[in-house]
Write a protein that binds this ligand. Structure first.
Ligand code: ATP
Length: 233
């Protein structure tokens, strides 16, 4: 479904990502792990069209999408929940969701809104609350729900559990598990490597802008030196 090859992305002269490659098959849950500053966010943002790579290619369902703007990619079925909750603070939770569903047909949008209300009961209670008044956990759920409103074929999430209270971390991992049970395709950056490896079909380890390992959770855990050095948590 997604093929990333030789992707290099620079901030000025500094290469934050060096010839990174990965693939995600339909229905797979793939994790992206590694220490702070390894380039995980840069990689997701380069795939999602928020950053323009200087070299390499991104192919989505056979189509070269390298450097295409994010709005095109949402239409093609690729959605990103960015690292920092970027919700429209002056709009209500419901309005945020409707915006997430602009590329979806009207009837489907109404159905999806219902589904989000059921999937995120915590959010359902805040439907008419401006998003700026939501707690960190609620805003995180809203950002994920908004991305789901576009009915993505591939959903990418950047650190969905970062900074959340333990009980909300569980909510996020339960959500990932339920999306996986639905057969959705996910690429997830997670600092909680242990839990991500439990859940993911496969994962990639990034360090200093390079993909240094790839494998199943069991394979990556089996490589103790790698696991301790690069993952650690
Ligand atoms: P974290 O878990 O801390 O978010 P990460 O693996 O997602 O880390 P990136 O945020 O992709 O890493 O950062 C990769 C490298 O690029 C780091 O050295 C970082 O300091 C640098 N970097 C990130 N954003 C910028 C920017 N806007 N300008 C310059 N350098 C940047």
């Amino acid at each position: 479904m997604l093929e990333v090859s030789g992707l290099t992305t620079k901030y000025g002269e500094i290469s934050a990502l060096r010839e990174a490659g990965l693939h995600v098959g339909s229905g797979e849950v793939v994790g992206l792990i590694g220490p702070n500053g390894a380039g995980k966010t840069t990689l997701l943002n380069s795939i999602a069209g928020l950053l323009t790579p200087s070299e390499g290619s991104v192919t989505f369902e056979g189509e070269d999408i390298t450097g295409r703007p994010p709005e095109d990619l949402v239409r093609l079925g690729l959605a990103l929940v960015p690292e920092h909750r970027r919700v429209f603070v002056d709009l209500t939770a419901e309005e945020n969701l409707k915006i997430g569903g602009v590329t979806t047909a009207g009837a489907d949008r109404a159905e999806l809104l219902e589904e989000m209300g059921e999937r995120f009961p915590m959010l359902r209670d805040k439907w008419t609350t401006p998003a700026g008044y939501l707690s960190g956990g609620e805003a995180r759920q809203l950002a994920i729900a908004r991305a789901l409103m576009s009915e993505p074929r591939l959903l990418m999430m950047d650190e969905p559990s970062l900074g959340l209270a333990p009980i909300l971390v569980d909510v996020v991992f339960d959500l990932i598990e339920s999306l996986r049970a639905q057969g959705r395709t996910l690429l997830v950056v997670e600092q909680n490597a242990t839990r991500m490896l439990d859940l993911a079909d496969r994962a990639y380890v990034l360090r200093s802008g390079e993909v240094v390992a790839e494998g199943t959770g069991a394979e990556l855990r089996g490589n103790k030196d790698l696991f301790d050095t690069f993952v650690g948590n």
